[in-house]
Design a protein around this ligand. Structure first.
Ligand code: AMP
Ligand code: MG
Length: 400
């Protein structure tokens, strides 16, 4: 049986990066940058004040010094003249520093009377001055290809005058649920039926990973039916099915994928939940057959499909953040497979503690709902309170 790392490597080695498109800068939020951004601007463009106050020559300042106020400069205007020895100029936040001045005295630190200001003390050169180019210089490489574009990057792109930007295409992911027992959303489950969960949790996971989900609905456990749905997914970049990948008589997904023309590369991975996971290629398209239990499907998506989608999207960083937390209660992982167990994180005395979210059955979706992360527990291991455990972070962390 493959380790999780071996399986992931086998998968990623067969994943190609998708092409690119230009989009409006606001439409690039959550997308992956496909070009490095080199600045043609200097930010700030000129030295300017970070306070409302008086532009001065630092060398002139000191306790009880009185300076003559020789003008006024507001943001959006230019100073009418330079500041000479013994002079000050009224200045507002963001206004260009006049020639001759090299510092600003905040207005709360002076007494202003009759066109003069008296200082209470000296200021250092550059005090309250934002220097030209201190944020970005001309020619600076400010963003790398492969960066996820978030609010800060969007702001920087706007600062640098980019209306549009080149990003990687979003992977289109066709999602198929299989099983005679499944009643789809909108129909009341009949006798012996259960609601279809995976189509929806997987579509949501695809969206969260920056992909575009396309539902192929539910196929019954018949070879031709599954094969026909898989063939229908011809304009998708990835095909994702769930259930029917074990060794039961009705576990037909692997054979149906093969019939549809897929070459299968791997099947079982040493992990809990979710041992049976199939990965193959249908032409150039990656195909995943995830296990059917809702938690197994979600966890195998996290570990294998998400990194694959991020790679296709051109992302440089594929892995979720991991951190170490102290176990707050026992965590047992009997058996020979590595456990990815659902934990809730709690901030205790400024440190993070982890405890299981409850019963860890692979069909217990509520323990996934309560989870902040997945604790990675080696095989045959009993964690006791106080032990350090590694946690893959799935959500925003609780604040200490
Ligand atoms: P299977 O691998 O087909 O034996 O499925 C494993 C378990 O997952 C069974 O209990 C199925 O009923 C359940 N299951 C399969 N697909 C879904 C789905 N789309 N939504 C909810 N449960 C499912
Ligand atoms: Mg089944």
């Amino acid at each position: 049986m493959l380790s999780v790392e071996e399986a992931l490597e086998a998968i990623l080695s067969r994943i190609d990066v998708l092409g690119t498109e230009r989009v409006d800068v606001m439409a690039s939020l959550g997308r992956t940058l496909a070009e490095p951004i080199v600045s043609h601007r200097q930010i700030p463009p000129w030295p300017n004040s970070s306070m409302d106050g008086y532009a001065v020559r630092a060398a002139d300042t000191g306790p009880d010094v009185v300076l003559r106020v020789v003008g006024r400069v507001e943001a959006g205007t230019l100073p009418a003249r330079a500041v000479e020895a013994g002079e000050a100029m009224r200045i507002f936040t963001g206004a260009p520093l006049p020639e001759g001045a090299d510092a600003v005295v905040p207005q709360e630190d002076v007494d202003a009377v009759d066109g003069r200001v008296s200082l209470r003390g000296g200021v250092d050169p550059a005090a309250y001055v934002r220097q030209a180019g201190e944020d970005v210089g001309v020619g600076d490489r400010v963003l790398e290809r492969g960066t996820l574009l978030t609010a800060a990057e969007i702001g920087l792109l706007a600062t640098l005058g980019h209306n549009q930007v080149s990003v990687h295409r979003r992977p289109r992911v066709a999602i198929l649920s299989t099983g005679n027992e499944l009643a789809d959303l909108g129909t009341e489950p009949g006798p012996g039926q259960i609601p279809n969960t995976n189509t929806y949790s997987l579509m949501a996971q695809v969206l969260e990973a920056g992909g575009v989900p396309i539902s192929l609905g539910v196929a019954p456990d018949r070879l031709e039916a599954i094969e026909e749905r898989v063939r229908r997914a011809c304009d998708a970049d990835v095909i994702l099915s769930s259930a029917g990948v074990s060794v039961g008589e009705l576990d037909l997904v692997r054979e149906a994928l093969t019939r549809a023309g897929a070459a299968l590369h791997l099947w079982k991975v040493s992990m809990r939940p979710g041992k049976p996971i199939t990965f193959g290629s249908l032409g150039a398209r990656p195909v995943f057959g995830l296990p059917g239990n809702p938690v197994s499907a979600m966890v195998t998506f996290e570990l294998f499909v998400r990194p694959a989608l991020l790679k296709m999207s051109g992302r440089r960083r594929l892995a979720r953040a991991r951190l170490r937390a102290r176990a707050l209660a026992p965590i047992a992982n009997p058996g020979s497979r590595r456990g990815y167990l659902r934990v809730r994180l709690e901030a205790i005395d400024g440190a993070l503690g982890a405890r299981l979210t409850g019963e860890q059955g692979s069909a217990i979706l509520r323990s996934m709902v309560a989870a902040d992360g997945l604790a990675v527990i080696p095989p045959d291991t009993s964690i006791v309170p106080g032990d350090s455990v590694e946690v893959i972070i799935l959500r925003e962390l609780p604040s200490p």
